[in-house]
Design a protein around this ligand. Sequence first.
Ligand code: SF4
Length: 361
Amino acid sequence: MARLASDQTTKEFDQSAAFWRKLLAWLAAHRRDLPWRRDVSPYSVWIAEIMLQQTVVKTVIPFFERWLGRFPDIAAVACADEREVLTLWEGLGYYGRARNIHRAARLIMQQHRGQLPDSYDILQELPGIGEYTASAIMSLAFGKPYPVVDANARRVASRVLALKRRDRSAEEQIRMFLGQTMPPRKAGPFNEAIMELGQTVCQSRRPLCESCPLKTLCLAFRKNLQDLIPSKIASHTTQKRSILLLLISDGGILAKRKESGIFAGLWLLPTIPDNGRSKAAMGAFISEGGKAEIPPLYALRPRTHHYTRYAQRLKPVVYNVTGKGVCPADGWRWLKLVEIDSYPFPSVYRRILDELRATQG
Ligand code: SF4
């Protein structure tokens, strides 16, 4: 029975058997047919859970299918080069996830005979696998009783318990509640059900309480607090404005591979801040690569690049740079436009490059 003496609201919740039975009955009737639920393996759970971090289900589906088509097992990922892995990930964002999968796949081949270990602790020694992913693999693939606390499960649990706090002790309380409420032999379906309920019924805005299987047990619903729980966290996005330089020379475009940071392994195009000193900065940069015809040949449609907490407004301008073959220092390289598809770029850069190629005929 789920009882946590430390919290008054949790004491009010005393119906764990009814809780999981209602959840599992609801899952049986409403389970969505998703590609990672068809042929469940530790590998498919791992890839799906990493892709689903920060990304919605609808977006992940084609990426997951493409990934499994190209890399049907861990050995295939380990043998691929990083450029191909990142190119396949292009459009999903948060590229560190792909780099970690690649590194982890190589370690699994070297240290675990090509199989994901069925140990919660050993899984977390692999790059990119933390408590959340380890719990998902342990429960969904190996059937072991580890609660998976993603944003959806956290929201459902905090509403069921009417937990207003959003701190470390609330997090521990949620984990304990889910661990104690979970039926040990049905850990996978239980975790799947609570995450699915959070995605489709107990949504962050306007939860569909009237059609929720937990409404008779939910303390937030009983107290009409469902719209106030969990409490909101203010998020701040920093806006940046940049001019994106599309420097063309002899069928090539100037680009640079990032070696570190969130874009490590990806190729980027030169940018300069869009402010009162842009012209001077642009002239200084372009003269590094040869003589540019100033003003630019033409501009392309501005686009916004969202990453972490930044929104970067990019104004792409196209320059034809004379001084054939000139390649500036600092790792900038001329990539042939006809070969650009085999280089991984952030998806907004890819869209700009596609537009550039269309204008170049
Ligand atoms: S009753 Fe409403 S608030 Fe409570 S778990 Fe269901 S959808 Fe969420």
